[in-house]
Write a protein that binds this ligand. Sequence first.
Ligand code: FES
Length: 126
Amino acid sequence: MVTQLLYRAGPAVLKRNSCILARAFRVQSCYSSSTTEPKIAAKHPFKVDLEGGKRYSWCTCGYSKKQPFCDGSHKKSSLGLSPLRFTLEEAKTVWLCGCKQTHNPPYCDGTHKQDFVQEAEVPAQQ
Ligand code: FES
């Protein structure tokens, strides 16, 4: 219930409460504190086949060249964001957020359909 409310509150509240959310989703780390918004990396989610028991790092800053996963680019940006690390119990096909605006990280929640994402400039390779 609390997590449902946080998802609907938006990215700023999400970041402040990211450790609570990290526990709710059994992820192994949470965002670092930051007042800077992530870059919109793509206007769509990424369909990926993930393995059970494997640790993944979802890009939160939007600068990774290996979207939707982290490539270490956050270390060069000044956003102060860290990747979201998560592990699935079983193999599963999931849709990971590419716009970095989801209220349900690392999963797409449809936020990319909003105008501010669809009208944003994104890297050419997306
Ligand atoms: S790609 Fe970010 S919410 Fe769908």
